[in-house]
Design a protein around this ligand. Structure first.
Ligand code: GNR
Ligand code: NI
Length: 189
């Protein structure tokens, strides 16, 4: 198991379309396990391979809800095969868009078909947070971030702030200051 660095926007790799895996082999299982460990450490409720710089159609999720304990879920080549006409709005965040949140409207319910960690084809009906999260992760595989679903004005404000934060971080590193982390109590949200 290993923790993988998470890419943040703007990064050209987050805008690329990922390729399907040919089979769920030991290499893909290793990637899934490393992604799950990275997701729990972040912490997050989902993670897509391109967020760790791997352009493969692989996602992991664990929405960790007591009522409907589903996870962890490992999905290769996930596809939405059915989506409800009814929409739902949910306040989304993303580990690749740190510290920014926006309401995003998506189909309320989706059915996803995927290969599980054993390479077996599965179908899962999703609603609520799981539906939001699975659609958010599949978007990553197509180079789409949640900020691509909001107004260009809001998106550009967020992207400019992320660039500014990155430049300040790089400058601090050159000056030998320790990295500020959202995990430090003083930087907690
Ligand atoms: O941890 C995450 N929380 C979240 C909250 C609302 C909607 C989507 C998400 S996914 C996000 C982790 C992430 O960036 N996955 O790609
Ligand atoms: Ni995300």
């Amino acid at each position: 198991m290993a923790l993988l660095p998470i890419l943040t926007a703007p990064d050209p790799r987050l805008k690329k379309k990922s390729l399907p895996v040919e089979a769920v082999d030991d290499g893909v299982r290793q990637l899934m396990d490393d992604m799950l460990e990275t997701m729990y450490d972040a912490p997050g409720i989902g993670l897509a391979a391109p967020q760790v710089g791997v352009l493969k159609r692989v996602i992991v999720l664990d929405i960790d809800r007591e009522e409907a304990k589903t996870g962890p879920l490992f999905m290769a080549n996930p596809e939405i095969i059915e989506a409800s006409d009814e929409d739902a709005s949910y306040e989304e965040g993303c580990l690749s868009v740190p510290e920014h949140y926006s309401d995003v409207v998506r189909p309320a319910k989706v059915t996803v078909r995927y290969l599980d960690r054993d390479g077996k084809s599965q179908e899962l009906a999703c609603e609520g947070l799981l539906s939001t999260c699975v659609q958010h992760e599949i978007d990553h595989l197509d180079g789409i971030l949640f900020i691509d679903h909001i107004s260009a004005l809001k998106r550009n404000i967020i992207l400019r702030k992320l660039l500014k934060a990155r430049k300040e971080k790089e400058r601090d590193e050159v000056e030998g200051k320790p990295a500020a982390s959202a995990k430090d109590p003083e930087h907690a949200l």
